[in-house]
Design a protein around this ligand. Structure first.
Ligand code: FAD
Length: 339
C-alpha cells in the first residue's frame, strides 16, 4: 500500500451499506470505486416500475424492503435530510395484524419511512456524486502485490489498494475461496429466501383503510401492502405481497408463474376478491440474514479486505435498512480513523 496518499478503495455491491461507506470515504477525499451487477443501485432496498394497462401509467412497487425505521442519531439525521429535501416521507405509524381472518390493531406509534418514489430512492440519493458502475458482475477477485484485482463477467478489470465486499456473505465465499484464511468466519452467516409478488389492480380494495397488513398465521403470506398508500395521490392501486420464509424455501425452484398464482390466491384468502391488470414475481434468494456475523463490519488490515452489510450486527435491532447503513458507517469510521 502507498503511504501519504489515501488508498483507492474498491467496493463490490451498491447496496445501502456499500453506498453509505462509499459516500463517507468520498466525502473525506478518498478515491472510491463501486461496482454492482444490477442495472441500478440500492440492492435489496429496491423498487420495480410497471407500466399499467390500458392507460400506460407507471406504478412503483417496493419488492424488497417495504419501509424503514430510524433509531440512531445518524439515521435520524439522514431521515431529517430526506424529509427536508422532499425525497422522503413518513408513510405510516400503523400496520395492523391479520390473524385467522381478523384484522387487529395494536398501535406501536413509531414512524415508518418510505420515499414517495420508492425505496430505491434511498440508494439513488446515497449514490449521488459517487463513482458507481452498474451492470458489472464481479466473477473473480485476486490478491496482487499492490492490493486487489476484480474481474467482471464482461472482462473488465479494476484494481485497488483495498477491497470491501457488500454482497451477502454466501455470495462472497465462492469469489474468495482459498485466498484469505479469516474468511472462514463468514461460513456461519446464513440467509432465508423470500418470494415477492407485485400486482397492479383494476380497482382499490373495498372498505379497507389500512396501508398494509402484517399477516401472522397464513401458511404462505406474511406481508400485504397497498403500495399506492406510499405514493403521491393518483398512483394506480397496487398490492405488494411477501411470502413467509418457510413457504419461500419450500417453493424455491417453482416456476415464477406458479408462484404468482399461488400468492395472488393467498392474498384473496386474506382480503377478498380483487382484479389484477398486471403482476410480477421476484425471488430473493438471499432476502433476510438468519445467522449474522458477530460484529458491525469486518476489516482485515493485513489483507486490506473488509465487508459490510445487514448481515453484520452493528446494532441489536435486526437485519434491516438501518443495520445496513450503520454497518457501512461503522466501517467508514474505522477506515478513516486509521489513516
Ligand atoms: C423481501 C424483503 C423485505 C424487506 N423488508 C424490509 C423492511 O420492511 N424494512 C427494512 O428496514 N428492511 C427490509 N429488508 C431488508 C433490507 O432490504 C436490507 O437490510 C438492506 O437493503 C440490505 O442492504 P445491504 O447493503 O446490506 O445489501 P444488499 O442490498 O443485498 O446489496 C448488495 C449488493 O451487492 C450486489 N452484488 C452481489 N453480488 C455481486 C457481484 N458478484 N458483483 C457485483 N455486485 C454484486 C447486489 O446486486 C446488491 O446490489 C427487506 C429485504 C427483503 C429482501
Amino acid at each position: 500500500m502507498t503511504t501519504g496518499t489515501p488508498p483507492h478503495t474498491l467496493i463490490i455491491g451498491a447496496g445501502l451499506a456499500g453506498l453509505a461507506l462509499a459516500r463517507e470515504l468520498t466525502r473525506a477525499g478518498q478515491h472510491v470505486t463501486v461496482l454492482d451487477k444490477a442495472h441500478g443501485v440500492s440492492g435489496r432496498s429496491s423498487t420495480r416500475r410497471m407500466e399499467t394497462q390500458p392507460t400506460g401509467e407507471l406504478a412503483r412497487l417496493d419488492h424488497g424492503a417495504r419501509f424503514f425505521t430510524a433509531r440512531t442519531p445518524r439515521t435520524l439525521a439522514m431521515v431529517q435530510e430526506g424529509l427536508t429535501a422532499g425525497w422522503l416521507a413518513e408513510w405510516t405509524r400503523r400496520v395492523p395484524s391479520w390473524s385467522a381472518g381478523r384484522v387487529s390493531e395494536e398501535p406501536d406509534g413509531h414512524p415508518r419511512y418510505v420515499p414517495p418514489a420508492g425505496m430505491s430512492t434511498l440508494g439513488k440519493e446515497l449514490a449521488q456524486g459517487l463513482t458507481v458502475t452498474t451492470g458489472a458482475l464481479v466473477t473473480r477477485l485476486q490478491q496482487h502485490p499492490g492490493g486487489w484485482l476484480a474481474e467482471c463477467q464482461d472482462g473488465r478489470q479494476v484494481t485497488a489498494e483495498q477491497l470491501v465486499l457488500n454482497m451477502p456473505a454466501p455470495q462472497i465465499l465462492p469469489l474468495l475461496e482459498g485466498t484469505v484464511r479469516e474468511l472462514a468466519r463468514l461460513r456461519d452467516v446464513t440467509f432465508a429466501p423470500c418470494w415477492a409478488v407485485g400486482a397492479v389492480l383494476t380497482h382499490d380494495l373495498n372498505e379497507v383503510d389500512w396501508p398494509a397488513l402484517r399477516i401472522l398465521d397464513h401458511p404462505a403470506l406474511e406481508w400485504l401492502a397497498r403500495e399506492h398508500t406510499k405514493r403521491p395521490p393518483g398512483h394506480p392501486p397496487a398490492l405488494m405481497l411477501h411470502a413467509r420464509a418457510d413457504w419461500s424455501q419450500a417453493h424455491l425452484n417453482d416456476e415464477r408463474g406458479a408462484v404468482l398464482e399461488a400468492l395472488l390466491a393467498a392474498a384473496r384468502e386474506v382480503v377478498g376478491p380483487f382484479e389484477v391488470s398486471g403482476a410480477f414475481a421476484h425471488r430473493w434468494l438471499y432476502a433476510t440474514p438468519t445467522q449474522r456475523f458477530p460484529g458491525g463490519y469486518g476489516w482485515l488490515r493485513e489483507a486490506a479486505l473488509g465487508w459490510c452489510g445487514d448481515w453484520c450486527s452493528p446494532d441489536p435491532h435486526g437485519p434491516r435498512v438501518e443495520a445496513a447503513l450503520l454497518s457501512g458507517w461503522q466501517l467508514s469510521d474505522a477506515l478513516l480513523s486509521r489513516d
